[in-house]
Design a protein around this ligand. Sequence first.
Ligand code: ZN
Length: 237
Amino acid sequence: MNQQGQFRAMGVVLYRKDISASLRTLYLWCRLYGPFWVFAPGSGKGKLGRGMTEPLTWGEFHLYRSTKGFYLKAADSRDDFWWLRKNPKKLREALYWGGLLRKYLLPEHGEDKLLKLFYWSLVLLREGEYLLPLRWRFLWKWLGLRGEAPDLWCCQGCGRISEEGNLAFSPQGTGLLCSSCLPGTVEVSKEDIHVLHELRKAVMLSRKNFHNGGFTLLPSRWEKYTALLEAILRDNS
Ligand SMILES: [Zn+2]
């Protein structure tokens, strides 16, 4: 990012940190520019409405770059996801995703496809109640953009495709294996097949059909599998 002076960028507030009553810093994530810190007035006076500095607010940001850093002058809200602030469970989920992005995104490195994925995942979150299947979907697609998502159709050991889903996670949780490739006498169980069908469904369904998915896995199971994806993110970052 080498622009000096004024410019505009579309994006989202990922994180806010108040320095004093009149000054706050925001971690903005913008199209083309990636994530970066900006100084913003904290009082809510002037051109910048207070709501525009809330995490998960999307819009067009009017920025100024000096030798000391980036400054936010004004912003036009495009989608403030206000509904999120009324639903604590969904707000927690969205902030959780935002926290992972803040942790693993490379500063000042454009990630436009992921930015788009984040936006549409939030839209899905707004529309339904399947929070954990949605977390799995978001993380799997995020890893997919990095070329690191576990293959849900092929055995990681022998490469054989299993349409029926006769695969189970390896003991290390890094990928799926068929009965021949699982260690020792471990075999793919009926439960494993059911799990894989749910995991596949969560990533395959279109946005329109996602909330008709009829997901049946227990929350603890979804947490177990989303944790595997988070471990891949962590270990490869
Ligand atoms: Zn195999």
